[in-house]
Design a protein around this ligand. Structure first.
Ligand code: SAH
Length: 297
C-alpha cells in the first residue's frame, strides 16, 4: 500500500522486525548508471555485501563511510569466489545484527545473478527484503555503443542468452536464433564465442551476420571488438576478451560504426578488480562467519 511518497519504503513489508535486506542492482559499471533509489539505499546501508562486478567507485560515491563492505565476488573458474550457500548464510546472519543490509549486484538483480538462491534463503528465514532493479549490461552496452537492440528494420526482438560452460541449447533453438530476426545478446560467453559462431553457422546463419563484443561496457576502459560469424569462426578461435564482456549479435551490430560515440580505450586495463587482489578481505569474510565481527573493508 502506498502511504507516503517521502517514506524510505513506500510498501508494506512482508517480514517483521529485525534487519531488512535490499537486493540492489548496481548497473553495468559507470557509477552514474545507478537508480536514485539504489543510491539512496546505499547511503543508508549498515552493511554492503557486494559482487565482483561492482566497481569501487560506486561504493566510494554512494555508501556511508561507516558502512561495512564485504566483497563476495564471483568469477567464472576462480577459486576465490565465495560459495553461494555462504553468501545466503551471511545475509541471514547479518540481518540478525544490522538494520539495513544491501546485497549489491552488478547490472540488474534479475539477470544471471543467483538472486533466486538468496530470495529462498531470506524467505526461509522469514527476513524481509526489497528488490531494486538496475541497468543490465545489455542496456549499458547498447547505449554506450550506439547500437539499439531492436532497431526498426533490423530486429523484431531481443533474446538475452548465455552459453557459459556449454549451456544446453537445443538444435531447434539454434535454428531459430540463426534466422536473426531477433538480436542475440550473450552474457558470460566470451570464452565460448568460437563455439557459438560455429553452432549458428551450422544452423544456417548468414556468414556475414555482424556482431560486437563489448568489453567493460560503460567503464572508462570500454573496448569494442567487431567481427562477423564466418570471420570469427575462421580466425577467432584463440581470441580472448577482457572480463566482463558481452556479445551483441545480429544486424543491429552493423549500426555500431555509424552511431558509436565513445572511442575504444586501447589500454585494455582491468576496471573490475578480481577478488584475488583482496586476500585480506577473503580472510575478513571467513573471520566474519566464524565470529560475526567485522570492521570496514
Ligand atoms: N546481473 C548482471 C549480469 C551478471 S552475469 C547484469 O544484469 O548485467 C555477468 C556477465 O554480465 C558478464 O560475463 C558479462 O557478460 C556481463 N556484464 C556485466 N557487466 C558488464 C560490463 N560492464 N561490460 C560487459 N559485460 C558485462
Amino acid at each position: 500500500m502506498i502511504t507516503d511518497l517521502k517514506n524510505k519504503s513506500i510498501y508494506t513489508p512482508l517480514g517483521d522486525g529485525g534487519g531488512k535486506v535490499f537486493l540492489v542492482g548496481a548497473g553495468p559499471g559507470d557509477p552514474q548508471l545507478l537508480t536514485v533509489k539504489a543510491a539512496k539505499t546505499l547511503a543508508l546501508a549498515d552493511v554492503i555485501v557486494t559482487d565482483r562486478l561492482v566497481g569501487k567507485a560506486i561504493i566510494d560515491e554512494y555508501a556511508n563511510a561507516s558502512a561495512i563492505v564485504i566483497p563476495v565476488g564471483k568469477q567464472g573458474g576462480s577459486n576465490a569466489s565465495t560459495p553461494q550457500f555462504e553468501i545466503n548464510e551471511l545475509l541471514v546472519k547479518l540481518s540478525h545484527q544490522y538494520k539495513t543490509i544491501v546485497r549489491l549486484k552488478g547490472g540488474d538483480t534479475s539477470l544471471f545473478s543467483n538472486i533466486l538462491d538468496e530470495l529462498e534463503a531470506l524467505n526461509n528465514a522469514g527476513i524481509s527484503y526489497e528488490i531494486i532493479p538496475g541497468i543490465t549490461a545489455a542496456s549499458g552496452a547498447s547505449a554506450y555503443t550506439g547500437v539499439p537492440l531492436t532497431a526498426r528494420g533490423h530486429a523484431t526482438g531481443v533474446r538475452i542468452l548465455t552459453y557459459y560452460t556449454h549451456t544446453a541449447i537445443s538444435d531447434e533453438a539454434w535454428k531459430q536464433f540463426a534466422s536473426f530476426e531477433d538480436t542475440l545478446v550473450f552474457y558470460m560467453s566470451g570464452k565460448s564465442l568460437h563455439e557459438v559462431t560455429g553452432k549458428l553457422l551450422d544452423a544456417g546463419a548468414g556468414a556475414t551476420i555482424p556482431f560486437i563484443v563489448v568489453e567493460q561496457a560503460t567503464t572508462p576502459n570500454q573496448y569494442v571488438y567487431q567481427s562477423t560469424l564466418q570471420d570469427f569462426f575462421n580466425n577467432g578461435f584463440d581470441k580472448t576478451f577482457i572480463s566482463p564482456a558481452i556479445v551483441i549479435m545480429g544486424k543491429v551490430a552493423g549500426l555500431y560504426e555509424q552511431f558509436k560515440w565513445i572511442r575504444n580505450n586501447n589500454s585494455r586495463e582491468h576496471y573490475f578488480k578480481p577478488l584475488e587482489d583482496y586476500p585480506e578481505l577473503i580472510q575478513l569474510l571467513n573471520d566474519f562467519q566464524k565470529e560475526a565481527n567485522v570492521s570496514r573493508a
